[in-house]
Design a binder for this molecule. Structure first.
Ligand code: 5CA
Length: 440
């Protein structure tokens, strides 16, 4: 992407309305724009990051055996009347009427709709287990939308829904999502701690929130320090291995961790002082097992091996991609701007042409741009006439992991400077060496 032709509206000043660093940086880099309270457009730079976050979530959901579909944002009120949640959900639900005066709503979550899909097609235990997910916009008319896309009214959610014949199988489905979440957050460059959690309007009594620690987090959390050293399940994890999945769950729930709603002060106080972690955190994922809460009122049953009808046991599993993007920034930035983990960076590398119009600078920059692009790298090419200081500041601000600086003096002898955003380390090398460094 040539910066001169891109749409990346960088703000010079810090926006006054932004209270936390991620919100400030997302506005300054032109990643998002608020359209009305708690409702955001994702501008091109932000959209790139969001797509990368979604791709990782999708890969890990698929790896764990979940199957993607796409359900609509608008739902009929009838389904919610069946489950009893139409009234219970309260003012957070945006209620709408269509032209025939039929009550509709903008979905805050999809338990009812997915249960309706399930009951329409699945009649036998032989089709179980089943886990269906989508990545779709939700709307919750939050009283206090704030911190940009961290707590917005319209937001993206990956929501998965599992269906099993009985509780035992449902626990295995839960454990699979638990392990998939550990992998997902790790790949996003985050250390998320699973914590026993309150279930709120989704229901059930077995639930974990995945929390990343950050000073600006909205939740107060209490945990054991050991989490920092726990191993993340590897790529070769066998999600069908019931005992293996249970072992991962048992390990990661073996030490104390809870949000303030579920906090047990006595248990926490029993932990040695030096191992106690009392901090603030951001909830980036939340998983639930709620048994037959929806299958019962909505009549979602299958015929079991015994020939009898059984209500299916369900769970649901949410991740907030539009919250994860600011959460990653909270965890990874410095005074100059964002420092993206490689896995979600909007571009892999930025080529900074210090003097467009200079023959050597143009030749080397174009060569880098084309060669790295052909090698499958996402390259931003700063071919603008901006001052050197502006170019460097922009590159640091948007947090692309590697910068290749092409200045006239070194370009004349076939050399460029490579700067690593995270460490600030700079090294002058030949064009070939720079290419090898990035593609090797
Ligand atoms: N149906 C269940 C699981 S699929 C559910 O709705 N769970 S939830 O309410 O906990 O939301 C799941 C995830 O969505 C949260 O962990 C959070 O990451 C994200 N989320 C929830 N509310 C918001 C919001 N207002 N803004 C941004 N992300 C949100």
């Amino acid at each position: 992407m040539r910066l001169s032709r891109y749409f990346m509206p960088i703000l010079k000043e810090n926006p006054k309305e932004a209270e936390i660093v991620s919100h400030r940086l997302m506005l300054r880099t032109g990643m998002v724009r608020q359209q009305s309270q708690g409702i955001y457009s994702w501008l091109p730079l932000g959209k790139r990051v969001l797509d990368k976050v979604n791709a990782i979530i999708r890969e890990e959901q698929n790896r764990a055996g979940a199957i993607e579909l796409l359900m609509p944002t608008l739902q009929s009120a009838e389904l919610w009347q069946e489950s009893g949640r139409y009234e219970a959900y309260g003012k957070e639900m945006l209620r709408i009427k269509d032209r025939q005066e039929r009550p509709m709503l903008y979905g805050p979550t999809n338990e009812e709709m997915v249960t309706d899909i399930f009951r329409s097609y699945i009649k036998s235990y032989k089709n179980l287990p089943l886990n269906l997910y989508h990545i779709q916009l939700k709307f919750r008319d939050e009283i206090r939308p704030r911190f940009g896309t961290m707590r917005s009214r319209e937001f993206l959610m990956k929501d998965a829904y599992s269906f099993d014949l009985n509780k035992e199988d449902a626990v295995h489905s839960y454990n699979k999502m638990f392990a998939a979440y550990l992998r997902t957050f790790d790949r996003l460059g985050l250390r998320a701690i699973p914590m026993r959690a309150d279930t709120g309007p989704i229901g059930g009594n077995h639930s974990h929130e995945f929390i990343i620690l950050a000073e600006t987090g909205e939740s107060e959390v209490f945990s054991h320090r050991d989490f920092v050293n726990f191993d993340i399940p590897g790529e070769d994890t066998n999600f069908d291995d019931v005992a293996g999945m249970q072992a991962i769950f048992d390990k990661w729930t073996s030490v104390y961790a809870a949000t303030s709603e579920m906090h047990d002060a006595a248990a926490f106080d029993a932990i040695p002082d030096s191992d106690r972690l009392s901090a603030r955190g951001i909830e980036v994922g939340h998983i639930f097992y709620f048994g037959t809460k929806y299958s019962e009122p909505m009549g979602a049953k299958v015929q079991g091996p015994d020939g009898k009808e059984h209500l299916v046991h369900m769970g649901s599993y949410g991740i907030g991609p539009t919250r994860l993007v600011p959460a990653i920034i909270e965890a990874s930035h410095d005074e100059n701007g964002i420092i993206w983990p490689e896995s979600v960076a909007p571009f892999d590398v930025v080529v900074i042409n210090m003097k467009p119009g200079d023959e050597a600078c143009d030749r080397l920059s174009e060569n880098l741009y084309a060669t790295l692009g052909n090698a499958g790298k996402d390259v931003l090419y700063d071919d603008t006439d901006d001052r050197a200081g502006t170019k460097f500041a922009t590159a640091d601000l948007i947090g692309v992991p590697v910068q290749i600086i092409v200045g006239p003096r070194s370009a004349a002898v076939g050399e460029v400077e490579v700067k690593v955003r995270r460490t600030g380390a700079r090294e002058v090398m030949t064009l070939e060496a720079a290419l090898n460094r990035i593609t090797g």
